[in-house]
Design a protein around this ligand. Structure first.
Ligand code: NDP
Length: 372
């Protein structure tokens, strides 16, 4: 458990957004370019990870060691004891280590080009907006925020400060997942009829308690894993859903008393395609199945860090020896360097959050059809 003081008062922060917006210039948005690097420069951009939990420690920091276009330049942590550990392990300068109180002073640090928010969901909006106001480009983990209003505030803050915003949708950088997206775009197997997407895991007792606290997580399996099901249905059809129905199942009322344990939901798409999804904190499932009028595709596992594999018709999609997180961060660094939009911008997270809001509305209405 983290014991260091934290600045988690989101509401008062969001209320105060209109004040204290940092003065912005192209130089503050991209300090290394301002110091003379060009868009095609091989210089690596500096990333600061905010929140040194499991995902930062086990996936993002190791991936940054392999990255070609960015590197781990700094960290933001509320746990004092992590500072020395990270400084020594990754050779991070003392001056590039921040806590949640002095976080805004990152604005004057030319080593940091990109801030990557890897905090509990309730903190995503606040720390992304503060990063944007500090003139830094932002990557924010999924789910983008707690609700649509927060997502919109994040997008607005990044626009206002002329910085890029990207969501941690690593699967868009996985080659086999991209094959599914390509079929949705080019339609070599006819119309897309049906998508089944499932993303679940059995939650042990070793995960940080915030995932089981609605105030910090915004929900349960839906916010954490359901977002992958929504993503999959959206990229496998290439369409935006127009309506949703959802159902909840609970077997462990004690562990999951404040958050959803298992939720199934069905979405309708404008072309007539439909989807059926299951997300859970208490079953095992991780697959994507797509029925086309003249074929089918499947991925299993469909959302894991490595080894995504499956087939499209009789073409086997072997697991690719790539690091999704490295590709995701390098991809964003190149977007920043070249001034081209991220392939997973804030709008992508906002689209998923609109679905999540409708999903919860349907649950509240006993599974009624809700227009998105
Ligand atoms: P962890 O619980 O492992 O880490 C969260 C970290 O946030 C903590 O270690 C702590 O870091 C910081 N923190 C600040 N305030 C709090 C608080 N009130 N309670 C708990 N932690 C706090 O979470 P994960 O790393 O697993 O997840 C972080 C985010 O990343 C989530 O939004 C999650 O959805 C997303 N994620 C995305 C994945 C993907 O594949 N794209 C995979 C896993 C997670 P410190 O001590 O440094 O302050």
């Amino acid at each position: 458990m983290n014991t260091a003081p934290r600045n988690v008062d989101r509401r008062s922060f969001v209320k105060g957004l209109s004040t204290g917006i940092a003065a912005f210039s192209a130089a503050s948005a991209f300090p290394s370019l301002a110091r003379g690097a060009s868009a095609s420069s091989p210089k690596k951009l500096g990333i600061a990870l905010v929140g040194l939990g499991n995902y930062s420690t086990k996936q993002l920091a190791p991936a940054l060691e392999e990255a070609t276009d960015c590197y781990l330049a700094g960290v933001v942590t509320g746990t004092k004891s992590k500072e020395a550990v990270w400084r020594e392990k990754y050779g991070i300068k003392r001056s590039n280590i921040y806590n949640y109180e002095n976080y805004d002073s990152i604005a004057s640090n030319p080593d940091i080009d990109i801030v990557y928010v890897v905090l509990p969901n309730s903190m995503h909006a606040e720390y992304s907006i503060r990063a944007a106001n500090a003139g830094k480009h932002v990557i924010c983990e999924k789910p983008m925020a707690m609700n649509v209003a927060e997502c919109e505030a994040m997008i607005a803050a990044c626009k206002k400060n002329n910085v890029q915003l990207s969501i941690g949708y690593r699967l868009h950088f996985d080659p086999n997942t991209r094959e599914i997206m390509k079929v949705a775009k080019e339609k070599p197997y006819g119309d897309i009829q049906y998508v089944q997407s499932e993303a679940s895991f059995i939650m042990g007792n070793n995960l940080d308690a915030w995932r089981l606290d609605r105030e910090l997580a915004g929900g349960g399996a839906v916010m954490d894993m359901g977002v992958y099901c929504i993503q999959a249905a959206r990229y496998a059809t290439g369409e935006e859903p127009i309506a949703i129905r959802s159902q909840e199942f609970k077997t462990d009322w004690n562990k999951f008393k404040n958050v959803d344990e298992t939720v199934t939901f069905q979405m309708e798409f404008p072309s007539g395609a439909y989807s059926n999804s299951t997300t859970s904190y208490n079953i095992r499932s991780n697959r994507l199945y797509v029925s086309y009028s003249k074929g089918l595709a499947q991925l299993e596992p469909a959302t894991k860090y490595g080894g995504i594999k499956g087939s499209i018709q009789d073409r086997i999609l072997d697991p690719q020896p790539i690091n999704q997180q490295r590709r995701q961060m390098d991809g964003f660094a190149r977007s920043v360097k070249t001034g081209t939009p991220s392939i997973v911008p804030g709008e992508e997270g906002l689209a998923d959050m609109k679905v999540i809001e409708a999903l919860y509305k349907s649950l509240q209405q006993g599974g009624k059809r809700v227009v998105i």
